[in-house]
Design a protein around this ligand. Structure first.
Ligand SMILES: Nc1ncnc2c1ncn2[C@@H]1O[C@H](COP(=O)(O)OP(=O)(O)O)[C@@H](O)[C@H]1O
Ligand SMILES: [Mg+2]
Length: 394
C-alpha cells in the first residue's frame, strides 16, 4: 500500500492545501513545502494569507500586487543545490484585488465591470463580507490552476473559526447570489414592480427606511450588474470543488500539540473526511523533544530509588539530591513530550493513512530563508513517521 507522505506531496502533488487553526504554523509550512518543491526541480508558487510582516519581507511580498512574483534563486537556494528547472514564486492573497480582478475578467463588457467596481455595495462586500477571503482564496487557486505555469501550487488557508470555511465558501457566495430577494432585485426595473410580490415590495420599503433608499439602490444596482456573471461564479465554484477532489490535490493538516489546537485539528480531519477528501500529511509543529528512550514513569521510579538511598556523608547526600533533581526534571520534560504524543495520536487515528511529521519548538521565530531551511531539513530529511520512505529516496 502506498502511504501518501510529505515527500509525495512535494514530488507529485499539483496543489497542496495547508489547513489548521490559527497560529499553528500553516504559513510557515506552506512556504517550506514550496521551497522544497522548487529545490526538487518543480515550478512552485506559495499563496500566502496574512504572513507575519518579517516573513512577507523575506518572501519579497511587501511591494507586491496580487500576482505571483518570482523569488530570486540565490535567496532560496544559496548553495546552488536545486534540481534544474526549479522555480519559486510567492504571492500574498489580497481579497479585494482578487474580487476586482474577477469582475474585470468575467464581466460581459468593460462598462459592466466599471458599474460593479464603482458600486458602493460592492465596495463594501468585496472586503467585508464574511467568507469573502475564503472564497477569493479558492478563486485564486482556480485561476492559478487553470492558467497553468506552475507544477505545484501551495495554498495557505485563512484562519477560520469554522474549520473548513474555504471549502464551503463558493457555495455560500452562490447562496447569496441565489437568495430569492436578490433574485427579484435582479429583474430589470420595468417588470420588477409588476412581478415583485407584495411581500417583497414591503420588504424593500422597510429595508429602505432602515438603511436608506440610496443603499438599497446600490444593492439593487449591484445585483443587476452582476447579471450574466452569476453563471461563471457557479461554474468556477463547481470547478474548484472538482480540483480539490483531484488525486493530485493534497491536504496537509498542520497543528501544534497543544490541547486546543489538537481539538481543532481533530475537527478539521473529520470535516475533510465529510467532504470526501483525505488528509495526506499531518505536520505537528512546535513539539517538545523527548530526551533519551526512558519514559517518564521509569525516570520517576529512579527518583524514588535515589531518594530512598541511605547515605552516610553529607556530600554524598548532596550529590544524590542533585541527581534526583535532574531525573525529576527530565521526567517532567518527557512527561510533556509523552502527553503531546498521546494527544497527537488522537488526531492521527482520524487521518487514517496520513504520515505524521514532527517539527520541534525552535528557539527563534521563522521569518527568513535560513530558518525556513532549518524546518525544511527537519520535514524532508527524515522519513515521515508511519510512512515507508519512497523507493530510491537517498
Ligand atoms: N517550529 C517553530 N518554532 C518556533 N516558532 C515557530 C515554529 N513554527 C512557526 N513559528 C512561528 O510561529 C508564528 C506562527 O506561525 P505561522 O506559520 O504564521 O502560523 P499560521 O499561519 O498557522 O498562523 C510565526 O511567528 C512563526 O515564525
Ligand atoms: Mg498564517
Amino acid at each position: 500500500m502506498n502511504t501518501p507522505n510529505l515527500n509525495d506531496v512535494v514530488d507529485h502533488g499539483s496543489i497542496a492545501v495547508c489547513c489548521g487553526s490559527g497560529g499553528v504554523g500553516k504559513t510557515t509550512t506552506a512556504a517550506v513545502i514550496a521551497i522544497e518543491g522548487a529545490r526538487r526541480g518543480r515550478r512552485c508558487v506559495v499563496v500566502t494569507i496574512d504572513p507575519a510582516k518579517r516573513l512577507a519581507n523575506a518572501l519579497g511580498l511587501d511591494e507586491l500586487a496580487n500576482e505571483p512574483h518570482r523569488i530570486d534563486v540565490t535567496r532560496w537556494d544559496p548553495d546552488d543545490a536545486r534540481v534544474e528547472g526549479g522555480e519559486l514564486s510567492a504571492m500574498m492573497l489580497d481579497t479585494k484585488s482578487t474580487f476586482d480582478g474577477l469582475v474585470t475578467r468575467y464581466a460581459d463588457s468593460p462598462a459592466q465591470a466599471q458599474r460593479i467596481l464603482a458600486n458602493n455595495f460592492y465596495r463594501n462586500i468585496s472586503s467585508a463580507l464574511s467568507g469573502t477571503q475564503e472564497y477569493m482564496a479558492m478563486e485564486k487557486l482556480h485561476e492559478l490552476h487553470e492558467d497553468g505555469g506552475f507544477d505545484l501550487i501551495v495554498v495557505d488557508t485563512p484562519p477560520s473559526r469554522h474549520a473548513l470555511d474555504f471549502l464551503d465558501a463558493p457555495a455560500r457566495l452562490l447562496r447569496l447570489l441565489n437568495n430569492p430577494v436578490f433574485r427579484v432585485l435582479m429583474v430589470p426595473t420595468r417588470t420588477y414592480l409588476k412581478i415583485a410580490g407584495a411581500a417583497v415590495q414591503a420588504f424593500i420599503r422597510t429595508v429602505s427606511k432602515v438603511i436608506g433608499g440610496e443603499v438599497v439602490d446600490d444593492i439593487v444596482t449591484f445585483f443587476r450588474s452582476f447579471e450574466g456573471m452569476e453563471e461563471g461564479f457557479r461554474t468556477r465554484a463547481a470547478r474548484v470543488v472538482e480540483i480539490l477532489k483531484q488525486p493530485e490535490t493534497r491536504f496537509v493538516l498542520v497543528t501544534s500539540p497543544r490541547r486546543d489546537a489538537i481539538e481543532e485539528a481533530r475537527y478539521f480531519a473529520e470535516q475533510i473526511g465529510d467532504h470526501d477528501l483525505s488528509v495526506d500529511a499531518l505536520v505537528v509543529n512546535r513539539v517538545h523533544p523527548q530526551f533519551g528512550t526512558e519514559l517518564s514513569a521509569g525516570l520517576r521510579a529512579r527518583v524514588e530509588t535515589l531518594r530512598e538511598l541511605e547515605l552516610g556523608r553529607e556530600t554524598e547526600r548532596q550529590a544524590r539530591d542533585r541527581l534526583a533533581a535532574r531525573y525529576q526534571n527530565l521526567a517532567e520534560f518527557n512527561e510533556i513530550a509523552e502527553r503531546e504524543r498521546a494527544q497527537i495520536e488522537t488526531v492521527r487515528v482520524r487521518t487514517q493513512s496520513a504520515a505524521v511529521a514532527f517539527v520541534p519548538y525552535l528557539p527563534h521565530d521563522v521569518h527568513d530563508f535560513t530558518a525556513l531551511a532549518v524546518i525544511g531539513r527537519i520535514l524532508f530529511a527524515a522519513p515521515d513517521i508511519g510512512a515507508k520512505p519512497p523507493p530510491g529516496d537517498g
